[in-house]
Design a protein around this ligand. Structure first.
Ligand SMILES: Cc1cc2nc3c(=O)[nH]c(=O)nc-3n(C[C@H](O)[C@H](O)[C@H](O)COP(=O)(O)O)c2cc1C
Length: 196
């Protein structure tokens, strides 16, 4: 049997994307927050979920204006993303300090991060309370993807997006690495092994 270490009830090591969640407050002041507990959770309807501690300014902003954008962080923006994850917008202007640029979204009040290769516009739909966290769900109303990602491959080239992977618990950022297989295709090789 493969030897494994039991780590108990914890959240360590599971790889997550690194994202920047952009919001505005009721007066239109913008904030940026790093979130790794973020992902697409439904295709019909297109839905994104972000898990936020209830004391985040980002959570208060979403409650106030009912919108947020989730901006994929590419590997070369690791330092800016880390900064936005260790300081609250309650005590600093993270947009100014990080040097990141905000641009207006097309359908929501919250802005987009210009330097991100993939921006997801979300309209708040509901939340689920998880202890100190709030799983905030938003309908995906628009996505902006860097045009150059489609130059060679019609479905988009992952190397252009270059997503920064976050390993919580050990607190490290990694790159995406090499492509391993094609989804919904390479698994078909095992279909012939299925028992009748
Ligand atoms: C890599 C990384 C990932 C993070 N992911 C989350 C997350 O998914 N949810 C959360 O509530 N906080 C997360 N944080 C912490 C927040 O980004 C941090 O508390 C931030 O200061 C909140 O900013 P705000 O108060 O301006 O919203 C993360 C921090 C780092 C460095």
């Amino acid at each position: 049997m493969t030897k494994k270490r039991q780590l108990g009830s914890c959240v360590t090591f599971f790889p997550q994307p690194t994202t920047l969640v952009a919001t505005v407050d009721g007066e239109g002041k913008a904030d940026l927050m790093t979130a790794s507990w973020a992902g697409i959770v439904s295709k019909t309807p297109p839905t994104m979920a972000v898990s936020l501690h209830h004391n985040r300014l980002t959570y208060a902003n979403i409650c106030a204006t009912k919108s947020f954008s989730v901006n994929l962080v590419p590997a070369h923006l690791a330092v800016q993303a880390d900064y936005c994850g260790i300081t609250s917008g309650r005590s600093a202007d993270k947009v100014a300090t990080s040097g990141l640029t905000l641009t207006p979204a097309t359908l929501i009040e919250a802005p987009l991060v210009e330097e991100s290769p993939l921006n997801v516009e979300c309209r708040f739909v509901r939340e689920v309370e998880l202890g100190e966290y709030r799983l905030v769900m938003g309908e995906i109303v628009e996505i902006h993807a860097l045009e150059e990602a489609f130059a060679k491959y019609p479905q988009g080239d992952a190397r252009v997006f270059d997503p920064l992977v976050y390993l919580g618990g050990i607190r490290e950022y990694w790159g995406l690495g090499e492509k391993s297989a094609d989804a919904y295709r390479d698994g078909k090789r095992l279909l012939e092994n299925e028992a009748d």
